[in-house]
Design a protein. Structure first.
Length: 253
């Protein structure tokens, strides 16, 4: 990893990047030390820090109480800028209602499946039933085919999501980079999943630093082994930013 730059704009995925996966998405919690690291980085980078997640903005706020940072939720379908304004991509809600009903029926028939209704998109998780992965992918492909080009599928770690077409994490990062305080800075995106590859490609194109967490093929130019490695890198970056006197370093010593 290159030395942390004072002109960097930071973008972070959450699950698998800032926190380890657990059986249920609602069971994920950000510990106080990690939240403190993100808050201190936000101050150090003069606000040029955003969370780029498949979760809804409301769910991100639940995980980071009291922060309300810039965030792109549901893979960029909704976005909150540095001034707190929220933007939504248009989507055909009637079709989403039909898909919600069909997916709910499948969940009722198959123990271990979990429907995460994010409001603008629907994610079908099979974390608790990996044997149902093939069924989930076939079901979601079949349902998406009925919507034409208005919706697309997004696969992740033991999850398949149907969402309005035309938005992804890369597009969300490019939107932030056109606005202050991100504009004119070097983008840095840290993520771990297939959904983050869009962000890596965008950051590479913008001349920034793309960072893959964990194993697997990727377009990212750098790699960190684990969530713990991300934490250590953040602590080191803050220590450099504070000239070796980071409050985060003291709090975690």
């Amino acid at each position: 990893m290159p030395a942390s730059g004072k002109d960097w704009a930071y973008f972070f995925d959450i699950d698998g990047t800032l926190v380890d996966f657990v059986e249920s998405p609602q069971g994920v919690r950000i510990d106080r030390d990690m939240q403190r690291l993100i808050e201190e980085l936000f101050r150090s980078a003069e606000g040029a820090v955003a969370l780029i997640s498949g979760r809804s903005i409301a769910d991100v706020d639940r995980m980071f109480p009291g922060m309300h940072p810039p965030v792109a939720g549901q893979h960029g379908i909704e976005r909150r800028d540095n001034r707190g304004r929220i933007f939504h991509h248009a989507f055909p809600s009637a079709q989403l209602d039909r898909l919600r009903g069909r997916i709910s029926e499948a969940v009722a028939r198959h123990s271990g499946l979990l429907l995460e209704d994010k409001g603008l998109s629907l994610a079908l998780h099979y974390r608790r039933a990996p044997r149902l992965g093939g069924f989930v992918h076939r079901l979601m492909r079949s349902l998406q085919a009925q919507t034409g080009q208005e919706y697309c599928l997004q696969s992740g770690k033991r999850v398949v999501e149907v969402k309005p077409a035309g938005s992804d994490k890369g597009y969300a990062i490019s939107e932030f980079m056109r606005e202050p305080p991100f504009r004119g800075r070097t983008p840095v995106f840290v993520g771990d999943d297939i959904t983050d590859e869009y962000g890596f490609v965008t950051v590479n194109r913008l001349g920034g630093h793309s960072v893959k967490v964990g194993p697997g093929p990727t377009a990212a130019r750098w790699r960190l082994r684990s969530v713990q490695a991300v934490r250590q890198w953040l602590e080191q970056s803050l220590a450099m930013a504070y000239g070796g006197n980071s409050t985060s370093k003291e709090a975690n010593s």
